[in-house]
Design a protein around this ligand. Sequence first.
Ligand SMILES: [Fe+2]
Length: 230
Amino acid sequence: MSLLTTIARSATRAARPATRAVPAASLSLAARGVHTLPKLDYSYDALEPHISGKIMELHHSKHHQAYVNGLNAAEEAYAKAAAPKEQIKLQSALKFNGGGHINHSLFWKNLAPQSQGGGELKAGPLKDAIVADFGSVDAFKKKMNTVTAAIQGSGWGWLGYNPETKKLEIATTPNQDPLLSHVPIIGIDIWEHAFYLQYHNVKADYLTAIWNVINFKEAERRFVEAAKSA
Ligand SMILES: [Fe+2]
């Protein structure tokens, strides 16, 4: 089993298991305990007006589902591949779909409706660390938005915890590459499918709006756990 696959399985275990009915066609896969689309903790329209319900529905039910399906298909093909060359041919599919599954599973937990505390960074260890490492919360958001907006093509902007420096740092990954250099604390999806229906080509408006629904409680939980294990 590849490292990526191991990470993907961990991400799936961390995500809330799907409770929807499994289509008959995928029962054989489900029986083997393969990856499933995690259920959201809120309704598709709960992040409005900052992220539209239509974006959330398509993003979760179509895009993330496609990564789940792609990862399951790639793992099934990998298990059957007899020769190293056949296995090597599958690496890019495993990385792309595995990364897509890991990143989106983190992203849904990363967001919360304002009625559930979305956008609110309370006094505590995460806020203290952000102020210590970036000067202020506003300076941190501005820097993360600038770095994320500058990604060429599709990718992800991250607030990550560096276990070596024991600091919070901003990082980016291209395509669906998962963040491996840091422990992910907050990830922002900057693929066009995450914002185009509502914000068209104006990435800056999407990046300004998303802070209103960032789940800082979840971010703080990840930060405390990462700092404890470092
Ligand atoms: Fe996405």
